[in-house]
Design a protein around this ligand. Structure first.
Ligand code: ADP
Ligand code: MG
Length: 290
């Protein structure tokens, strides 16, 4: 059974006002437990509005969100219980750090869950270690941290709740390549080590290509496509035409094909590019020798 199901979800901001904006237009898809799902689309395509529904932060105007087959607004006693299962890391989560120490910030979620002091302490230390937050950083103010460190501390606060579904809204926005890599590899490790479900919103095809099992492509508030990553990239030329930045390595293969090289363009990671080129080379050599 799917862990999350989004059913006929539509959403309009400021209904009936001149500023009325249709943000979501009949979204339907479901996510199997343990899947790493990438959500991609232009700014304004509805990504943030969509994921704010997944943990009950936004209430559907039309449609339903099902967690383990149960309507999060009808079949759960308290929406808080849903929030402990579906952990949402907002865009720029560092703005939500507010405690005196980093430790207390990370402990905030587990405390709300009503865990014992001992369990809270264990969770904070586990999450801090996981996110590269040192003991020294834990003892200090979150406001003394660098941008990337703050971001990691904020993510640790969600990880400390050990959510079954970890949802991140553009967690790498504004970070340098090193900071991006750090965060993405932590998210990947969370996925691999806990077997949990991850939903990663990004406008970087490069990030999605390297980590996601399946991809949701959003366009104008609707799901343009939802498919396994390799299937999404088989259609890389269409994505490029939509103006979604496709990975550089994919661009190279599209160019090669345009130049008349008989080669697939569904290449989106470096290891797969190497494999494809070696295969192509072997094929050409076999043709020459035949
Ligand atoms: P994305 O995360 O893909 O950039 P959003 O979900 O933020 O997309 O936005 C979808 C649409 O809803 C856009 O047209 C955006 O301008 C509009 N929108 C988002 N938040 C609000 C809001 N608080 N009030 C009014 N309109 C909004
Ligand atoms: Mg957004």
């Amino acid at each position: 059974m799917s862990v999350l199901k989004i059913e006929n979800l539509s959403y309009v901001y400021n209904p009936g006002m001149p500023s009325e904006t249709k943000a979501l237009d009949n979204i339907n898809f479901e996510i199997d437990e343990g899947t790493f799902v990438g959500v991609i689309g232009h700014t304004g395509s509805g990504k943030s509005t969509l994921i704010s529904h997944l943990n009950g932060l936004t209430k559907p105007q039309t449609g339903r969100i099902l967690l383990d087959g149960k309507d999060i607004w009808k079949d759960y006693e308290n929406i808080r219980d849903v929030r402990f299962s579906v952990g949402l890391v907002f865009q720029y989560p560092e703005y939500q750090l507010f405690e005196e120490t980093c430790y207390r910030d990370i402990a905030f979620g587990p405390k709300n869950m009503g865990l014992s002091e001992e369990e809270i302490d264990k969770r904070v230390k586990m999450a801090a270690k996981f996110c590269g937050v040192t003991d020294e950083m834990l003892a200090g103010s979150p406001f003394d941290l660098s941008g990337g460190q703050k971001r990691r501390a904020a993510i640790a606060g969600i990880i400390a709740m050990m959510p079954r579904v970890l949802v991140l809204d553009e967690p790498c926005a504004g970070l340098d390549p090193e900071g991006r890599e750090l965060i993405l590899s932590q998210v990947k490790r969370y996925h691999d080590e806990t077997g949990g479900t991850v939903i990663l919103v990004s406008h970087s095809m490069e990030d999605i290509a390297n980590y996601a099992d399946k991809v949701v492509v959003m366009q104008n508030g609707a799901v343009y496509k939802y498919a396994p990553t390799e299937e999404i990239f088989r259609d890389a030329e269409t994505l490029a035409k939509m103006g979604l930045g496709i990975p550089d390595v994919t661009k190279v293969f599209i160019k090669l094909r345009e130049m008349g090289v008989d080669i697939g363009t569904d290449v989106y990671t470096i290891p797969y590019a190497v494999k494809t080129l070696l295969k192509y080379k072997a094929k050409k050599e076999a043709e020459k020798n035949a």
